[in-house]
Structure formats: structure tokens, C-alpha cells
Design a protein around this ligand. Structure first.
Ligand code: MG
Length: 203
């Protein structure tokens, strides 16, 4: 499996990192080895001094698809969860300044804690899904899918022009504003529609 991650999909977050708003989705990938499942702790890696959280809605891809039209995109995912796109912001900033790829900063081992998935059929309105992140019990990020620049259908359609989607792939759909650093001893809790879905202790 692979994880495709959308960057700059919430305008306030793009602004907080001084990035221009994209005209087409920006995406990058995390490999299978980036997965962190079952609320396992995240061990702070030695190569960074600025690991930051980004809470995101995550789509579970349900079947193979390529060149998917937006109107058919709903046939290609069957679950929605929350995940954290851990980012080594110091490495990413250096890469950005040099125009180099982001993989070192984004795709490293265990950089993607992901919750269980809720069946799509349990959501009333995919364009109005609330999610958020608490750091040590305090709300730091609040998101709603209504604020995405590119909605689920646009993302799936755009990405599948370049990359075949396969069953059990994940799509991270971008983070709202409020990203920030973690330190050893911190506790992150992500919620979806008011339900606690994901716990991640930083060790
Ligand atoms: Mg992200």
C-alpha cells in the first residue's frame, strides 16, 4: 500500500506557512513503512529538532482506479479516518529553500499514525465533516471538510491521472491551520465528528 498526501488544502494553513494557494492539488507520498497503527507511540527521531503535527482526514481506497472522473470518485473510497502527517519541519524548510523533494521530511518511518476507518455510509454529508487534534488535552487544530480547497472527489480525480490508486491505499487530505511542534512526553488525541479516534504519545 501507499499513502498519498495532499499539501496546502486549507487556505489558513497555507498562509500560516507562507505558501501560496495552489491552483491544482499539491501531493507527495509516504511509503507503507511510515504507518503507525493501533495507537502505538511515536519515537522522536534523532535527525530532526522540529517534528510537527498535522491532523488530517484520511480516505481508505476500496478498489483499483486510474483516470477517475470526479463524478465517480465516491465509488473508490469506503472509509474515512483521521491521521497525523508528522513532518520534520526543519528538514522540510531546508528542502523547500533548495527546491529539493520533501521525502526526508515527510516519508520517514512511523510518520503517519492513522485511526480506524468509519464507513462512508455513516456520514451524512462528506462536505461537512468535523475533525480536530488535542495536544496534552488542549485543542490545537479544528478542521472541517467544508474548508478544503479541493474536495475528496477533486483529489481522487487529480491524483489518479498520475498514479493508479489501489485497494488499501490511503489519501491524507490536508491539514487545517494550527500545526505546531511536539516534544517528548506530549500526548496527541485526534477526533472525528466528536469521537476520539486516535491517541499518539510522543516518546
Ligand atoms: Mg499534511
Amino acid at each position: 500500500m501507499k499513502m498519498i498526501c495532499i499539501g496546502r488544502n486549507y487556505s489558513e494553513h497555507a498562509r500560516e506557512l507562507n505558501n501560496p494557494l495552489p491552483e491544482t492539488p499539491v501531493f507527495f507520498m509516504k511509503p507503507e513503512s511510515a504507518q503507525l497503527r493501533n495507537n502505538m507511540p511515536f519515537f522522536y527521531p534523532a535527525f530532526s529538532n522540529d517534528i510537527q503535527y498535522e491532523v488530517e482526514l484520511v480516505l481508505h481506497i476500496s478498489k483499483v482506479g486510474k483516470m477517475i472522473e470526479p463524478g465517480f470518485a465516491h465509488n473508490y473510497f469506503d472509509g474515512i479516518g483521521v491521521g497525523i502527517d508528522f513532518t520534520a519541519r526543519d528538514l522540510q524548510q531546508k528542502a523547500k529553500e533548495k527546491g529539493l523533494p520533501w521525502e526526508m521530511a515527510k516519508a520517514f518511518d512511523f510518520s503517519a499514525p492513522v485511526s480506524k476507518f468509519i464507513p462512508v455510509s455513516e456520514f451524512n454529508d462528506l462536505n461537512n465533516i468535523r475533525f480536530g487534534l488535542d495536544l496534552n488535552g488542549k485543542r490545537v487544530q479544528d478542521g472541517n471538510s467544508s474548508d478544503m480547497i479541493f474536495n475528496f472527489a477533486s483529489i481522487i480525480s487529480y491524483v489518479s491521472r498520475f498514479i493508479t490508486l489501489k485497494q488499501n491505499d490511503y489519501i491524507f487530505t490536508g491539514t487545517p491551520s494550527g500545526v505546531g511542534p511536539v516534544k517528548i512526553g506530549d500526548r496527541l488525541e485526534a477526533s472525528l465528528e466528536g469521537r476520539k479516534m486516535l491517541l499518539c504519545n510522543i516518546k
